[in-house]
Design a protein around this ligand. Structure first.
Ligand SMILES: [Zn+2]
Length: 305
């Protein structure tokens, strides 16, 4: 299972620190001039999503599929890595998840998916084997999720993502929806948007889900929180006025690229430089913990005789 770090302009360029880093970007998370060709160290794999969630929450004019596609093409300029680009989907608000709202969201999602596939097949990136289209499945229950997934397959998609899970807090509901989607499209073809909880990671590895993504390393860094792995834990840094977690006054043993050179940076506040340093450190530990979960499952599968 691949892990993608969600990236926006205020975040550190994780691929400058980690050569195997996969990255997810949104047209709404970068400025109008951004493209990957400007980066010396490009991520290994990239997902360019539609930014649908930000459009929906902005309260502004609804996004138009063609405009979003043009922005995605611009972001992909100069790209040497493999990339998946997503059509504009219509996320479902968990506070408003009645059958009618879900039906409308699925209908709009499918309409955009159809238009996106036509745009993709007539664009210059169609010839590139590096950039493939990815469909986003929407839905709230067995009927809506399986209907949406089957229709997206029929349009011709081979890569899929499952949306509207991040605002859900109930692990069994999240897993139920992932099961519905993977039964139709195959877990090995499914990306799960916005889920990187360690308590769910084991289940997602067992299911053989293709990939997940997260904004957690930077979000935690902004909130003056640092992660450590093995076991996974969070601390609030001592300079923070408030904190959810036990205070950390001294850095612990760490082999991340930041701590190897100047570990004190992750405990400081007052500059974006320190927030970015914390985000790199947090990314390292979230990635390490996912590797630990994977290794522990492999050991269970292959007991020593
Ligand atoms: Zn570190």
């Amino acid at each position: 299972m691949q892990f993608y770090i969600s990236w926006s302009h205020s975040d550190p360029i994780y691929s400058d620190y980690f050569d195997k880093c996969n990255m997810l970007v949104s047209p709404t998370g970068v400025n109008g001039f951004f493209n990957f060709g400007k980066w010396v160290n490009q991520p290994k794999n990239i997902i360019i999503d539609s930014g649908a969630y930000s459009y929906l929450n902005s309260g502004g004019k609804p996004a138009i599929q063609k405009d979003v596609f043009c922005k995605q093409i611009r972001i992909a300029e100069g790209l040497k890595s493999k990339a998946l680009i997503c059509h504009l989907d219509h996320p479902i608000n968990p506070k408003n998840n009645d059958q009618t709202s879900a039906f409308h969201a699925v209908e709009r999602t499918l309409g955009n998916a159809y238009e996106f596939m036509n745009l993709y097949k007539t664009s210059k990136i169609y010839q590139s084997h590096r950039i493939e289209p990815m469909a986003t499945i929407q839905g709230i229950d067995y009927e809506s999720i399986t209907f949406c997934a089957n229709e997206l397959k029929r349009i011709g998609y081979n890569n899929f993502g499952l949306g509207s899970l991040a605002p859900l807090y109930n692990p069994s509901e999240i897993l139920k929806r992932i099961h519905y989607a993977s039964d139709i499209v195959g877990a090995e073809n499914l990306h799960v948007f916005g889920i990187s909880r360690i308590d769910l990671a084991k289940e997602l590895f067992l299911l053989k889900v293709r990939s997940i993504d997260s904004t957690r390393p930077m979000k935690a860094a902004v909130h003056n929180t640092v992660f450590y792995s093995s076991p996974f834990r969070s601390y609030s840094i001592s300079e923070a006025h408030k904190g959810r977690y036990k205070k950390l006054y001294k850095t612990l043993d760490c082999h991340c690229p930041i701590c190897k050179t100047n570990a004190q940076q992750i405990l400081k506040v007052g500059s974006n430089k320190y927030t970015k340093a914390r985000a790199v450190h947090n990314y390292y530990h979230l990635s390490e913990q996912l590797k630990i979960v994977k290794t522990s499952l492999n050991r269970l599968k292959c007991p020593k005789v």
